[in-house]
Ligand binder design. Sequence first.
Ligand SMILES: *Cc1c(COP(=O)(O)O)cnc(C)c1O
Length: 364
Amino acid sequence: MISNIPTMTKVHNFSAGPGVLPAEVLKEASQAVINFNNLDLSLLEISHRGKDFIDVMEEARSLVKELLGLPSGYSVLFLGGGASLQFGMVPSNLLRANGHAAYVNTGVWASKAIKESKIIGNTKVIASSEDKNFNYIPKGFSIPNDADYLHITSNNTIYGTQYQEFPDCSIPLVCDMSSDIFSRKVDGSKFALIYAGAQKNMGPAGTTMVAVREDLLGKTERKMLTMLDYSEHIKADSMYNTPPVYPIYVSMLTMKWLKNNGGLSWIEKLNNEKAALLYNEIDRNSMFEGTTEIEDRSKMNVTFVLKNAALEAEFAKWAKEANLSGLPGHRSVGGFRASLYNALPIESVQALVDVMRAFEAKLG
Ligand SMILES: *Cc1c(COP(=O)(O)O)cnc(C)c1O
């Protein structure tokens, strides 16, 4: 078993987002609110154009490149507007006026991305798992080689499914990694564009990371608002306007924490152990069952139900008494969802497993 990650409180935080952050990050982040870099000033009251914040921004941008293994030719941005704004910015910047975009629909977030792309231009849904309430990842679909890009959602936060392998793709691959960014090793160079809202697995709410291959930009022949244009943000080193300074700072600290502990191979191993511990119990325990196809199970968001739905409220009560927080499932799936983001210690997963066992012993 890999060493404990200390958290701030005795509460086991399974929140789907905003999610758990490492205690040492929260501590350092709280100090920066009072006195940042021994300036006797708060990070919240200094210019974003001064050296102290520019250093934060540049470190955050370079940590993304390092963790994702991005070769040269990519730019990293930290923008506002959430991952939801990227649903519209991606087609605005990549979907040519006479071209079309291909999307895979794997749930609520993918559907929202498709909705925005349809507003911008010709958008085709080439595969979907809607027929089974999004409980699997479509596979073996053919990708049109004349599309401007293929958009996928690597991890479906609500339904608890995750691509274990990414599609082989000759057109630019765009990926919403909001809920599993930095959770495992990925070959960043496979992707033309990666975006992720920070608040699931990278930092607090308020900023969205975008990594984009620069050679794909400027080809749409479409007028764009300046704030929606990646090229403008790249030209301004991600400071076209006042960036969300604090979420960027805390994201930078979280990436530094990740890197200093051993990077993505370290966290992938730990995340695999956490997910195996919980899924093994779901499969062993006579009272529970998973809600997704086994081969597509997410290692970040574990969805499960009680076989006897009448006992749901009782289990929720047991969980609450054991200080397990954030477990109720999304309203569109029901049941329970345990989010096992990077900063959640394996001891928290063990605490959940212990409650499931005790529940079975008493009521099974
Ligand atoms: C949470 C989430 C979003 C939405 O993020 P916002 O920052 O709230 O806009 C988009 N995609 C995925 C996969 C998510 O989990």
